[in-house]
Design a binder for this molecule. Structure first.
Ligand SMILES: [Zn+2]
Length: 351
């Protein structure tokens, strides 16, 4: 029964691919550390998960720990004059939270999963804020980025892009329900969770004047989701890139995603030439993060075209290219995400 329920959980997690592969990646890293096995021998996330689970002496405890979405209170760090972040501790289903503090208001970028995490984020934001006036915006509408908004005070302004609003209309709480199956802690934190209504919806880029600091809200989707946003803090030269540029394999999750659009977006983000880049997950960086994503998507795109010309089937292309990309980008976690990129590159050929 226990084994069956673990297997069911994995299946359920993997069906939410964005998170599933991230969780798989975590298990992959455990496996690599345990055995010094090269990651390219484990390109099938489900099997690697199962293998590690079988090897683990306390799989249920490990599993629950991996899927604890609790943001760590007291870990807020200052990144620049007006910008702070609460790092994700490199844990799945926890975002890097951004806090931009002005004289007139504070902007919070991503709020964590549900009310518990939203309260932690609000408390952390209050510690560094100069006023009790908050703007709240998610980099995209996945539950761990958006659902903490419910904990913010009535007078907080919840801002979403038109495309984010569309994502919410299409998904509702469906994805959150999936998240609640990940672990008892996730289920507990999602109890009574709801999507806070938007107070302000914008379509094209908008700029927030927080008092002495301005933040551009830049719609860049559809890439990871339909409504991805980037945020540029002008005075501090800091760029928040959501799940669109990170130090791990990207996940083109929405069916609207295209490799060409991702590459164009990377050009746009690179042109901003920010000093510091803060992704939604994992470490901060600079232009190297953008360059790595460009190398990855360009390689995937050009090799799909080449292999197609050689007469390879989609299955063969996926096999060959997954191996290539796993080896070339062996500094990233979650290689289980690669086939999704290849599928998008193949789909692009027919559109
Ligand atoms: Zn996401």
């Amino acid at each position: 029964m226990v084994v069956r329920s673990i297997f069911d959980s994995i299946r359920s997690i993997e069906s939410v691919s964005c998170i599933g592969f991230r969780v798989s990646g975590y298990f992959l890293r455990l496996k690599e550390e345990d055995t010094n096995t090269k990651p390219d021998t484990f390109i099938m996330p489900r099997f690697s998960c199962l293998l590690v689970l079988i090897l683990a002496t306390t799989p249920l405890i490990s599993f629950a720990q991996v899927l604890d979405p609790t943001i760590q209170a007291g870990t807020t760090e200052q990144l620049s004059e007006h910008v702070y972040w609460i790092p994700d501790q490199k844990k799945p289903i926890i975002p890097n939270v951004g806090i931009v503090v002005g004289e007139k208001a504070t902007l919070v970028i991503d709020t964590g999963l549900g009310e518990t995490n939203g309260k932690i984020v609000l408390d952390e934001a209050r510690k560094v804020s100069k006023t009790d006036r908050f703007y709240v915006v998610a980099s995209h509408t996945h539950p761990e980025h958006d659902l903490g908004a419910m904990a913010f005070p009535e007078n907080a302004t919840i801002i979403r892009s038109k495309a984010q609003q569309q994502d919410i209309m299409e998904q509702g709480m469906g994805l959150a329900k999936r998240f609640s199956t990940f672990s008892p802690i996730a289920a507990e934190q999602l109890e009574g969770a709801y999507i806070r209504d938007s107070d302000l919806i914008f379509e094209n880029e908008m700029t927030l004047d927080l008092g002495g600091v301005h933040v551009r809200l830049i719609p860049v989707g559809p890439l990871h989701t339909g409504g991805d946003l980037a945020f540029y803090v002008e005075e501090d030269d800091v760029l928040f890139t959501g799940d669109v540029v990170m130090d791990q394999f990207p996940m083109p999750l929405t069916p609207k995603s295209k490799i060409t659009r991702w590459l164009e977006t990377l050009d746009k983000l690179e042109a901003i030439d920010a000093q510091l880049i803060v992704p939604c997950h994992y470490r901060t960086g600079s232009q190297d993060l953008i360059q790595n994503y460009r190398d990855y998507f360009s390689h995937a795109q050009s090799r799909v075209i080449e292999l197609k010309h050689e007469g390879k089937s989609d299955k063969e292309i996926t096999e060959v290219l997954t191996k290539e990309l796993t080896e070339k980008f062996d500094f990233w976690s979650d290689p289980g995400r690669i086939p999704r990129t290849i599928a998008v590159a193949i789909r692009d050929l027919y559109q």
